[in-house]
Design a protein. Structure first.
Length: 356
């Protein structure tokens, strides 16, 4: 995949630049060895007001929006890492080897029950889009949005009405599903297989999910709709491939688990979009999961960046002349930016229409 290879090279270069920037005493130098002159400020202040002024003054029409779980918390969906309330802090009832195991492809193939129990709580249709989602839709309608790269799997962008052409679901979503192959069997001394068949809602312990030495049946390639998988899950069943030539194949929503490649669209759009972007908004992300966390590093040095988040994350630096920071919720930040762009009334109308 040429696009994938090229994008990975860009990511590696960005990571190298970022590492240099945080090494004490390491100053950028020109080819002649003389220190490079400090870059000219792009934003007058590191504020949302200065960022909005830049968008208006330069009539920006290729804005990238990068979103994480924080944009959906006001809809009632927990983020992953907030102590006490985050998803990873509240998975004890599933008795997992580690919180991340619930999104690990090898663990899923041995024991899919915990994921599908959690899926019942997270499935699209249980939640409504937030003001942040509608703000992104408004940017698209106004010809300002280039693309929304989202880490989220909740599909609230689609529910809000953001057209698919504007979306890059970096970690996949519930919107579609496919067969991921036959289930790995427990070791002969384990009884979990029969217990799971009797009680699909039963969740195994770490020992019961130890890796099997049994061979794994390859995926058959069959695809399934969100509605079909949701029907299986809410009926208390483990979605199983209906292809007669694929016995016991598991059907998994097209969510990118640990151990899986990100969708090809992520790399394709990454390669093209970051050459076009004239501004970037990052909101609701901890920027801790790669390669998504590396995305803001790919920007040209003259592209301003706005962070809307409860805390400063990644390599955002209010003193570098191109970064602006709004500390607060995604909803408050989006409403503030909409007001500064003269779009507050249209945003509120869109929010009210979406709530009805």
């Amino acid at each position: 995949m040429p696009a994938l290879a090229a994008t990975l090279r860009l990511l590696r270069r960005a990571l190298f630049r970022e590492r240099l920037s945080v090494v004490p005493g390491c100053l950028p130098v020109s080819t002649g060895g003389a220190p490079v002159v400090a870059e000219q400020r792009i934003l007058k202040h590191a504020s949302i007001e200065s960022f909005a002024h830049h968008l208006r003054k330069h009539k920006c029409s290729s804005v990238l929006v990068l979103t994480g779980a924080g944009i959906s918390t006001s809809a009632g969906i927990p983020d992953f890492r907030t102590p006490g309330t985050g998803l990873y802090d509240n998975l004890g009832k599933y008795n997992l080897p580690s919180p991340q195991s619930i999104f690990d492809i090898d663990f899923f193939r041995r024991n899919p029950n915990p994921f599908f129990l959690l899926a019942r709580e997270l499935y699209p249709g249980n939640f409504k889009p937030t003001p942040g989602h509608f703000f992104i839709k408004l940017l698209a309608e106004k010809g300002i949005l280039l693309r929304n790269f989202t880490q989220n799997i909740d599909t609230l962008e689609r529910v809000a009405g953001i057209r698919e052409e504007f979306l890059v679901e970096a970690h996949g979503s519930f919107a579609s599903a496919k067969c991921v192959g036959g289930r790995l069997k427990p070791k002969p001394n384990q009884h979990q297989s029969s217990e799971n068949e009797r009680n699909p809602n039963h969740s195994s312990s770490e020992e019961e999910a130890e890796e099997s030495e049994e061979p794994f049946t390859a995926p058959c390639g069959a695809t399934y709709t969100q509605e079909w998988v949701k029907g299986q899950v809410f009926a208390g069943k483990i979605p199983t491939c209906e292809n007669p030539d694929c016995p016991a194949g598991l059907v998994k929503p097209d969510i990118t688990f640990f151990g899986e490649q990100l969708p090809a669209r992520f790399f394709t759009c990454l390669k093209t979009d970051f050459a076009k972007a004239d501004a970037v908004i990052v909101m609701g992300s901890s920027l801790k999961v790669s390669p998504f966390a590396m995305v803001p590093l790919l920007l040209s040095k003259d592209v301003p960046r706005l962070l809307i988040n409860n805390e400063v994350v990644g390599n955002f630096n209010p003193d570098n002349g191109k970064d602006a920071v709004f500390l607060g919720s995604c909803d408050d930040g989006c409403r503030a930016l909409a007001a500064l762009l003269g779009l507050e009334n249209e945003l509120e109308e869109m929010i009210q229409a979406g709530a009805s």
